[in-house]
Design a binder for this molecule. Structure first.
Ligand code: FES
Ligand code: FES
Length: 178
């Protein structure tokens, strides 16, 4: 079947999609967007987290056909692609600066989940961060550096929002309608 959808603001289509194919497979293997990772393919690890019509989902659990006519935003869509090279979103930069990226397999899902968290709760407590990111597993960092990264991102976004000197104001902000 043919699936037409919008990914990161761009209308895209794929032909010959089979019925059991996942949105994750569609994104990675057909649409050239390998940012979302495939670690478990069972909805357990969160490495494939994307937005589907503004709600975070595990792309491995969504049938490609279910995404037809809908809006998907992947980790690639968090960057500001109007600049050359594309500017990292402040959340992405915070993960790098805090040392929260080791093997990186969990990182794309954590970035999308953090983007969603900070859209809902711009200044979350550590408990709220842990709770919100509980579905995103990381085997490398022990989570402390991820907490550091979320705190750093929240602080920078708050500074940007108040007209301060955020390091990187590019890219969609939490709260953007995407
Ligand atoms: S690959 Fe989708 S949740 Fe693990
Ligand atoms: S950095 Fe390796 S799984 Fe998280």
């Amino acid at each position: 079947m043919r699936v037409e959808l919008t990914v990161n603001g761009e209308p895209l289509l794929a032909d010959d999609v089979w019925e059991g194919e996942s949105l994750l497979y569609l994104l990675r293997e057909r649409l050239g967007l390998p940012g979302s990772k495939n670690a478990c393919e069972q909805g357990e690890c969160g490495s494939c987290t994307v937005y589907l019509d503004g709600v975070t989902v595990c792309a491995c659990l969504v049938a490609a056909g279910q995404a037809a006519g809908r809006q998907v935003v992947t980790v690639e869509g968090l960057t500001d692609r109007m600049t050359e090279p594309a500017a990292l979103h402040p959340i992405q930069q915070a993960f790098l600066d805090a040392g929260a990226v080791q093997c990186g397999f969990c990182t794309p899902g954590l970035l999308v989940a953090t983007h969603d968290l900070l859209a809902r709760l711009p200044a979350p407590t550590d408990e709220q961060v842990r709770e919100s990111l509980a579905g995103n597993l990381c085997r490398c960092t022990g989570y402390e550096k991820i907490l550091d990264a979320v705190r750093l991102a929240a602080g920078r976004l708050a500074a940007d929002a108040s007209g301060g000197h955020g390091r990187n104001a590019a890219g969609p902000k939490p709260g953007d309608q995407r």
